[in-house]
Design a binder for this molecule. Structure first.
Ligand SMILES: Cc1ncc(COP(=O)(O)O)c(C=O)c1O
Length: 455
């Protein structure tokens, strides 16, 4: 088949999410209570999450049915196209075949609504009236605003201060879907006020915004908290992406050799690769490249150990690669990749060497984004450009070796709200940050030492 867009019909949207937990190559270390160091139970999570999502978090069922109401919402933009990047192949002069799974076609412009609509639905069913969350660059805040709007819930979004000031259009998008964005750190919560007392001009971080959103939900009976990445149930919902790709590759008569995605908290990457990890663990030769910024090198330079998910230490301890929960990443433009940790499921696969992490500087990923835009026509989000950089590098290797590999890119979002970043790139104002080791070591000193952690 030599089509450029490989499309499924609505009837072919997968009806179930794939749960990787029973198929993992090693046991997943459980989240633990920071005081007792014992695994947390459902009762610890009940104040902030609905029960159905808590069940999904620990489920060992390999497949989980997608409720009809969620399928109805998915049909607004799913199935998403798998596109063959023929013009990019030509521009690079590579014998490789390059495909990209285009999650930018959702109303908010990224993969994030795949979990947002599921989370809003389960909360609605359990009588919740308002969801609280954090957002970095604004992609997740706008996705949750979209989902809560469809489900008739209210939404409060703690938006990292620097993005709040730099990205007015994402804020307006949230408002269009009735979401209320608040600059974080804010004076609305104890954790926000404590940070402001010490650092009145704090640019904020995802870790700080999570503290505020969790506190807001935990202190209001009608509100719950929603996280856009990192947790098992979020990654589960994203598997709709990889499951569609498997069908689309079958239609194209392809077998993929290399998959490239970007990792912030790990959700789009997980959604894309998890169905393929099963094949890799069964012995199939498959390279899974996980990209991240050199300025926030969680998987490439972090330590694999228990740490808090947020700055104010309100979350349970998660076993993950971490740069330390006090780490405040430099203000790079891929705001969605500025997180000190990553999903425990992704970290386990990195520790087991199932996936290959790679870090890139800002300028080289923007170079790749422009090569892509000038051949394929699509202008990607700065986060997505990391995945494109890796794919182009792999395609250029194929050019040298003559190998005709099949390369798949996770095209997690468009860059239409990130034009200020492109303006900086065109003006040669983008700074390449290499985070100094002493700063990483300093932030890691705040990470608790758990000697009696469960294996
Ligand atoms: C377009 C896009 N891609 C990737 C990410 C990274 O998040 P995750 O690693 O959870 O997919 C984000 C986060 O905001 C994003 O907006």
């Amino acid at each position: 088949m030599d089509e450029t867009k490989i499309l499924l019909s609505e009837k072919e949207i997968p009806q179930r999410w794939y749960n990787i937990q029973p198929d993992l190559p090693a046991p997943l270390a459980p989240p633990i209570n920071p005081k007792t160091h014992k695994p947390i139970g459902p009762e610890d999570l009940a104040p902030i999450f609905p029960m159905e999502l808590i069940k999904q978090e620990v489920s060992l069922e390999p497949w989980i049915e997608i409720p009809n109401e969620v399928m109805d919402m998915y049909r607004v933009w799913r199935p998403t196209p798998l596109r063959r990047a023929r013009r990019l192949e030509k521009a690079l002069g590579t014998p490789a075949r390059i495909y990209y799974k285009d999650e930018s076609v959702s109303p908010p412009g990224s993969h994030k609504p795949n979990t947002a609509v599921a989370q809003a639905y389960y909360n609605k069913v359990e009588g919740v009236k308002r969801l609280t969350t954090e957002t970095g660059a604004g992609q997740w805040g706008s996705a949750l605003s979209f989902a809560t709007c469809l489900c008739g819930l209210e939404c409060t979004i703690y938006m990292v201060r620097i993005s709040y000031d730099q990205k007015p259009y994402r804020k307006l998008l949230m408002q269009s879907w009735n979401g209320k964005a608040i600059a974080s750190p804010s004076d609305q919560t104890n954790s926000g006020r404590a940070i402001l007392a010490d650092y009145p001009d704090s640019p904020g971080s995802l870790g700080m915004a999570i503290s505020e959103a969790v506190e807001d939900a935990a202190t209001h009976d009608d509100a719950k908290y929603s996280l856009g990445s990192v947790l098992n149930h979020v990654l589960l919902h994203q598997t709709i992406v990889g499951l569609e790709v498997q069908e689309q590759l079958k239609l194209a008569g392809e077998k993929v050799d290399i998959i490239c995605g970007c990792v912030g908290g790990g959700s789009n990457y997980a959604g894309l690769i998890f169905p393929f990890v099963k094949e890799k663990l069964a012995g199939r030769d498959l390279t899974l490249i996980a990209t991240e910024p050199t300025a926030c090198p969680t998987l490439t330079r972090g330590e694999f150990r228990y740490d808090f998910g947020d700055t104010a230490q309100l979350t349970p301890l998660l076993k993950m690669f971490t740069l330390g929960h006090r780490f405040v990443p430099p203000p790079i433009h891929a705001g969605g990749l500025r997180y000190h940790g990553a999903a425990p499921l992704i970290c386990l696969l990195a520790a087991q060497k199932v996936i290959e992490p790679r870090a890139y500087h800002q300028n080289t990923v923007f170079d790749a984004a422009l090569t892509f835009a000038r051949s394929e026509g699509m202008l990607c989000a700065p986060e997505t450009s990391h995945a494109i950089r890796a794919a182009i590098d792999e395609a250029l290797k194929c050019k040298e070796t003559g190998e005709e590999k099949c390369i798949l890119i996770g095209y997690s979002g468009h860059g239409f709200f990130d034009l200020a970043a492109y303006e900086k790139y065109f003006g040669k104002e983008l700074v390449d940050y290499e985070y100094p080791q002493e700063k990483i070591d300093e932030a890691l000193q705040s990470v608790p030492v758990i000697e009696d952690a469960p294996e």
